[in-house]
Design a protein around this ligand. Structure first.
Ligand SMILES: CCCCCCCCCCCCCCCCCCCCCCCCCCCCCC(=O)SCCNC(=O)CCNC(=O)[C@H](O)C(C)(C)COP(=O)(O)OP(=O)(O)OC[C@H]1O[C@@H](n2cnc3c(N)ncnc32)[C@H](O)[C@@H]1OP(=O)(O)O
Ligand SMILES: NC(=O)C1=CN([C@@H]2O[C@H](COP(=O)(O)OP(=O)(O)OC[C@H]3O[C@@H](n4cnc5c(N)ncnc54)[C@H](OP(=O)(O)O)[C@@H]3O)[C@@H](O)[C@H]2O)C=CC1
Length: 513
């Protein structure tokens, strides 16, 4: 029997960010392995015209939850969606709901965050710092609380090369930042943002670092642990391989490359690609929840959930495998044949952006205009290049994360728990994982049918022929212009023609066979 699964039995668990990528997988695993848990409270806001209930209904009826329904048929009754907006005071939770949360919660998993790299500082501080502070305040009023698990990111200290399982202080105290957001206007905040984030690349990593400081400072008597995952990717094994439902991290770029939009990226092939499957992160998170509640470590432990030092893989190897998978399972209606490449030099990268990205987009928009349609490719390409430029920071560097706590935890688990809550990435076969990831992107993100593969291959063959035709026409035009202008080019041309049309040593034309 799994000790961890048994631990969550009968528990009331509060999850923030349950509608997000990681939150859904966390809920799914909890219900599947501990169907006898008492209740999962989730803080949900309304979004895109959907009520909280509709959002929950949609999640529970998705493919991800198919297995859960077999193990826990009354899952609908065990999930309690509470309307909350983490941007509001007291999260805009009603008095009754707040009372229930305060009196019943046993474990908190705090996953909610804004993961956008370009969020204005005010918004990123509100969600990643102030909301964390408020949640800790709530937690301190929960008499039955056994553990508070905060999800951070391995990149919260990406300005360092070697990162230990400790909290590194930021120069300005989070409380001062929170206060200043109240009275500074947006223009001033925008002006001071680069100074505050310093050598971090964006407001996301900076505010996640501030969030960790808040956790440390406001922990009081709470039993807290922090988990720092690296780049979270599709599921490795559970509930099935390759599940992914958002465009963050590599997923969006896999689509862009597979559809033939992304042809080149400034990345270092030998840099470590510290990807970590989402189910691995969730298994570690649940194990940490159990360990923190049961063993009550004296200080806040930080767990790095990374792959680099256990089972490193580099971007070059990953890129090759992504492209190899496109050969087997191409995406439908590609713009161009997928054939992306890495460049390491900024000037070469700008050259390829002009030649391989912007020029085809302009030509295609010209074609759309000619055929009476609205041009859209240049806009789309500009957006893609902006996204790529934001991700480039992470694909041109390698980091080392120490993993003593994660290894310690692994050794504390029973063999059964190591199997059920496996977070040992040494067992991960990257080539197989990447292939499943690309397949998952096709199936679950693009919602493409496998039956469409022959047609997709046919489409790629057509694109290849158009490509050859286009290149040949371009070459002939260039050559014709050159011959018209240069005597040397004319001489070369006649020299070639002589060899082609006249047998050697003869001036007679070659007879047709
Ligand atoms: C030796 C050998 C050499 C080998 C050579 C081999 C050749 C191989 C070539 C390989 C190429 C193969 C393909 C690629 C395979 C791997 C490539 C590696 C790239 C991996 C990069 C990973 C880096 C991740 C770093 C993560 C570090 C931190 C981790 C975390 O803690 S948090 C999670 C990460 N967070 C994010 O990823 C959020 C990023 N997103 C944003 O910040 C914003 O969305 C934005 C990018 C700034 C865009 O903002 P906008 O306001 O402009 O747009 P909006 O968000 O409204 O979206 C607009 C449309 O764009 C879509 N979209 C959103 N995000 C992405 C995305 N990440 N990628 C693509 N598209 C995205 C969005 O859906 C909207 O679409 P629409 O609705 O249709 O308009
Ligand atoms: N994905 C990754 O690569 C990595 C993620 N992480 C961390 O993991 C955690 C989860 O990330 P992930 O699942 O990928 O992120 P998602 O963007 O998929 O999910 C974010 C969640 O936060 C919720 N949320 C955001 N704003 C509010 C708000 N105002 N009120 C209520 N809820 C809100 C979202 O709700 P809604 O659905 O309503 O928008 C959503 O459920 C985050 O803490 C992130 O920093 C760490 C490393 C890597």
């Amino acid at each position: 029997m799994s000790m961890i699964a048994a631990f969550y039995g009968g528990k009331s668990i509060l999850i923030t960010g349950a509608t997000g990528f990681m939150g859904k997988v966390l809920m799914e695993k909890l219900f599947r392995t501990s169907p006898d848990l008492k209740v999962i409270y989730i803080l949900v806001r309304t979004k895109a015209g959907q009520t909280t209930q509709q959002r929950v209904f949609q999640i529970l009826n998705s493919k991800l939850f198919e297995k859960v329904k077999e193990v826990c048929p009354n899952v609908h009754e065990k999930i309690r969606a509470i309307y909350a907006d983490l941007n509001q005071n007291d999260f805009a939770i009603s008095k009754e709901d707040m009372q229930e949360l305060l009196s019943c919660t046993n474990i908190i998993f705090h996953c909610a965050a804004t993961v956008r790299f370009d969020d204005p500082l005010r918004h990123a501080v509100q969600l990643n710092v102030t909301a964390t502070q408020q949640l800790l305040l709530m937690a301190s009023q929960m008499p039955k609380l056994e553990a508070f698990i905060h999800i951070s990111t391995a990149f919260s200290n990406c300005n360092l090369k070697h990162i230990d399982e400790v909290i590194y202080p930021c120069p300005v105290e989070p409380k001062k930042i929170i206060d200043s957001m109240e009275w500074l206007d947006d223009a001033i905040i925008d002006e001071i943002t680069p100074k505050l984030i310093g050598d971090r690349p964006n407001t996301y990593t900076y505010t996640k670092a501030l969030g960790e400081m808040v956790v440390q400072q406001e922990s009081g008597n709470l039993n807290i642990a922090i988990i720092r995952p690296s780049i979270v990717g599709a599921t490795w094994q559970e509930p099935f391989p390759g599940w992914v439902d958002n465009l963050n991290g590599p997923s969006g770029l896999i689509i862009a490359a597979g559809k033939g939009f992304l042809r080149s990226i400034r990345a270092t092939p030998m840099a470590v690609a510290d990807l970590i499957p989402v189910d691995t992160v969730v298994n570690l998170t649940l194990a940490v929840g159990w360990y923190t509640a049961v063993h009550r470590p004296k200080s806040t432990l930080i767990y790095h959930c990374t792959s680099g030092n256990f089972n490193p893989c580099n971007w070059g190897k990953m890129g090759f495998q992504v492209l190899a998978t496109f050969e087997k399972v191409p995406f439908e209606r590609a713009f161009r044949r997928p054939n992306a490449d890495f460049t390491t030099n900024t000037i070469t990268s700008q050259y390829w952006n002009a030649v391989s990205h912007r020029a085809p987009a302009i030509i295609y928009d010209f074609y759309l205009r000619l055929t009476g349609r609205k041009p859209r490719m240049t806009k789309l390409m500009n957006r893609l290049l902006r996204t790529v430029s934001m991700l480039e920071y992470f694909v041109n560097r390698s980091w080392e994360w120490s993993t003593y706590n994660t290894e310690m935890l692994m050794s504390e688990l029973s063999p059964e728990d190591q199997r059920v809550f496996n977070f040992d990435v040494r067992q991960l076969n990257w080539l197989e994982y990447i292939e499943n990831y690309v397949l998952g992107v096709k199936k679950y993100l693009l919602k493409e049918d496998m039956a469409g593969i022959p047609e997709a291959k046919q489409h790629l063959r057509r694109l290849r022929n158009i490509h050859y035709l286009f290149n040949t026409a371009l070459f002939l035009i260039a050559w014709r212009l050159l011959i018209a202008r240069s005597q040397m080019a004319r001489n070369v041309w006649f020299f070639i023609m002589r060899f082609d049309f006249f047998p050697s040593g003869s001036l007679q034309p070659r007879s047709k066979v």
